[in-house]
Structure formats: C-alpha cells, structure tokens
Design a protein around this ligand. Structure first.
Ligand code: UDX
Length: 438
C-alpha cells in the first residue's frame, strides 16, 4: 500500500518506518524542515533503539521518503495516517488544533478516495469533528470526493517502540464501514496472519480505549506509590508487597514499581485529558483525579526525602543521577527529576547532573538555572556530593563502583528513588541509604 504519515515525532516516525519495514511505500511528512532534513541525511531527530538500523537499510530506503510537501505525500497515498502532537491545554484538555489543521489541509488537497487514520491520541468524538470539517471543505470546493475517517491508536512505549509496533498485545481499529475495515486488513495483513488480537469497533470506542489503557497504567503506578508511602510508615517492604501482588494473575507484575512518579509525554497528558473529558461530559472521574494528585504529590515526597537526608539544602551539593523520564530514552518531558531539581535549586543547593542519554535535553530545559553543573561522567558528577539521588533506573547505575564512589563524595549519602540497590549492598560500603517504601 501507499501510506503517508503526517508527523514525524516518536509515534509518526516509528509508525512510518515500521510500515515501510512491512513492505509498504511510506512517505513521512512533517512541517518541521529541520527534522525532515535530518531524516533525509539518514540521521534521527529523536533517540529510539532500533530505528536507525531500519532507516539505514537499502531496501527500506527505497520504500521510505521524507518530505515537508504534504500535497505530494497526500496525493501519492491512498492511506493517510495523522500522527501529529496533541499536547495538553492549560485546563488539562487535549489540544487538537494540529490534528484539525492537518485534516483541513488533507481536505483541500484530495481529489480521490482516501482513508484518513487518526493515530494521534485524541478524545472520543474527535473523529466525528474531523469528518465534519473535511466534509464541509470538500463541499465548499464543489467537488464530490469520498473519504473515510478511522481511529488506530498506538500503544508504543518510548525506548521499546519498534518492538511494541512489531509485537503488539493488540491492535485497536475504529471504523464506521467495511470499506475502511478491508483496507485495515490489507495494511495489517501480517498481524492477521500471526493471530495478533485485533479489535474492530466504532471510532469513539477506539479513541476511548487509548485513554482508558493509559489512565489505568498510570493509576497502577499511583496505587503502588501510595502503598509505598504507607510501607515506609509501618516497616513493610513495598518490593515484596509488589512482587506478591503481581503473582496474582488478575493484578500482574507490570507497572507496580514505586518511584518519584510517572513522567513522559503520555501518562501526565492523557490522565489530565481524561479527567477534563469526564468533567465536560458531566462525570468528573474520581480515581483518575486521585491518580493525578498522587503523582504530583510523589514529586514533593521525593524532594522531602532528599531534604531530610541532608538536614538543610542551602549550599549543599546534590547529585542527580538520571533525568530521562525512564531508562532507554533521551526524553525528559514531565520527568520528576526536572521538577525536583528546580525545587532543590530554589532552596540554594548546588546541583550536579548526570544522565547517559538525556543530558543535552536537560541542559536545554534547565539553562535558566544557576548553580547547576552537567557531567558526562557519573563519578565526576558525584564528586564532593552531599547526597546522590537516583531518579532513573539506568542499567549503567546498577553496576556502580561504590568503593570508587566513596572516595569522591563529600558525604556518603544515597537516596535511591527507584530501589535500584539493596540496603545491605550500599551500607556495606559505608553509605547512608534511603530507598522508597522500604
Ligand atoms: C506509555 C504507555 O506505556 C504506552 O503504552 C503509551 O503508548 C504511551 O505512554 P511511555 O510513556 O513511553 O509509554 O513509558 P512507560 O514505560 O509507560 O513509563 C511511563 C512512566 O511510568 C515512566 O516515567 C516510568 O518511570 C513510570 N513507571 C512505569 C513507574 O514509575 N513504575 C512502573 O512500574 C512503570
């Protein structure tokens, strides 16, 4: 099939590259010329394991094009996938202006049937809005052109997006006729062959499945964070609690690791959007509101934990190890460490930062702050530190050399917000250790 993907962010680029890998001719389109030029040079505007190897493959190069020319890419494709960003508005609602703008562009360009697939995360009802917008424009052009709108939300995790695309737990497709359904059966033919669970439903239901899935995963994290906070007050060990809970097949072990709260470009945005949507519809969802509140409070708890470990923060040196919102990515969006760094900095601490991948993004984000220093070496970042805080559970940190660390720090003090280490392991090297929920 000829597919055009509009938007080359984390979702759009992975989607385009993987559909090319599956044998389609794909044109990845973006209005950001800088991004497209980087891609045309065979480089990547984002970090995502495995993507570089695919776009460097000669077979793929023949099937994958990058352009800013949306007219060319829409005219050359029967299937158009909208994968542009849908950020949060101030009030928590989803900003769908980019999606609407792209839909209007498509409406002004098309001269023959197209299947227009919404892959961006959009509130239920957005498909109908786009359908009406496109219909109006085509009518105003005084032409008769047929099209279909569909919803095909993604469930990609940053850092494992290629794997998640090629081995999905399920594919969700929202359509309102068999013509669209048949086209989906073509582009997902391989998945049908290998019996991947494929859910066909209406567009609103497909749109809701995405929000409901993300909000549920986020609520699992806030739940275990609440349990973790209580474990600290009753001498219970949240790691064992989490393990024992996860052995119950109805609960499952995933997304039950306590920490400083979830970050990233999805959970914070999607939980707020779902809460706002419920309020607008007349049912303000209580569990989702609590998930958001617990998550925001978890950052304050992390800050307090650091503050309590150094008595007073002013003029103390705090080392932050890990600013990416999770391992395997350079993305720091909504990362708890960024918020806590700002709080520590405002209390007069000197901050030293190290992250294996996210240092560039961190420096850009925090360049307004003084008294903060960035290091390319973990041990340099810990030199003369009064407290080392582990925010992201990078594999690199798991093999840290504590005896070397002890020689460089000022005070042997560790706050491990991801329970990367065991108390015994750290204390035997003479460090004071604080984990979470233990
Ligand atoms: C998420 C969803 O997993 C994915 O399906 C959706 O398409 C996009 O949003 P992502 O945001 O990339 O993916 O990362 P994810 O691995 O889900 O982690 C999100 C946040 O939760 C991270 O900050 C992570 O540190 C945190 N987390 C995750 C926990 O604190 N505890 C856990 O047990 C799991």
């Amino acid at each position: 099939m000829n597919i055009s993907v509009i938007g080359t962010g984390y979702v759009g680029l992975v989607t385009g590259v993987c559909f090319a890998l599956l044998g389609n001719k794909v044109i990845c389109t973006d209005n950001d010329e800088r991004k497209i030029n980087i891609l045309k040079e065979g480089k990547l505007p984002i970090y995502e394991p495995g993507i570089y190897e695919i776009i460097s493959d000669n077979y793929i190069k023949k099937n994958l094009e990058f352009t800013t020319d949306i007219k060319y890419s829409v005219k050359s494709s029967e299937i158009i996938i909208i994968a542009v960003g849908t950020p949060s508005n101030e009030n928590g609602s989803t900003d769908i202006t980019s999606v609407i703008k792209v839909a209007k562009d498509i409406a002004n360009i098309i001269e023959e049937y197209k299947l227009i697939i919404i892959k961006s995360t959009v509130p239920p009802g957005t498909g109908k809005i786009l359908n009406d917008e496109i219909k109006d424009i085509i009518k105003s052009r005084k032409v008769e052109i047929d099209f279909d709108i569909a919803s095909n939300p993604e469930f990609l995790r940053e850092g494992s997006a290629i794997k998640d695309f090629l081995n999905p737990d399920r594919i969700v497709i929202g359509v309102n006729n068999t013509r669209s359904q048949d086209l989906f059966k073509k582009i997902y033919a391989l998945y049908f062959k290998f019996d991947t669970p494929i859910i066909f439903t209406n567009i609103e239901t497909a749109e809701m499945i995405k929000y409901a899935s993300n909000a549920f995963l986020a609520s699992k994290i806030s739940f275990i964070n609440e349990i973790s906070n209580m474990c600290e007050l009753c001498n219970a060990d949240v790691s064992i609690v989490s393990k024992a809970m996860g052995l119950d097949k109805r609960i499952g072990p995933e997304f039950l690791k306590p920490g400083p709260g979830y970050g990233g470009s999805c959970f914070p945005k999607d939980t707020k959007a779902l809460f706002h949507m419920g309020k607008t519809l007349g049912y303000p969802p209580i569990i989702i509101k609590s998930t958001i509140d617990v998550n925001e409070n978890q950052r304050i708890i992390a800050f307090q934990k650091i503050k309590n470990s150094v008595d007073k923060l002013k003029d103390k040196t705090i080392t932050i190890l890990g600013t990416a919102f999770k391992p395997g990515t350079d993305d720091i969006r909504e990362s708890p460490s960024i918020q806590v760094i700002k709080m520590l900095n405002s209390e007069g601490s000197q901050i030293k930062v190290y992250d294996p991948l996210a240092l560039k993004n961190t420096t850009k984000e925090l360049n307004c702050l003084e008294n903060i220093y960035y290091f390319k070496d973990l041990y340099d970042a810990c030199s003369l530190s009064d407290c080392i805080v582990f925010f992201t559970e990078w594999d690199e940190f798991k093999n840290i050399d504590f005896s070397k660390l002890k020689l460089v720090v000022k005070t042997p003090n560790i706050v491990d917000l991801r329970n990367i280490f065991s108390l015994e392991e750290v204390e035997k090297h003479g460090f004071i250790y604080k984990g979470v929920g233990r």
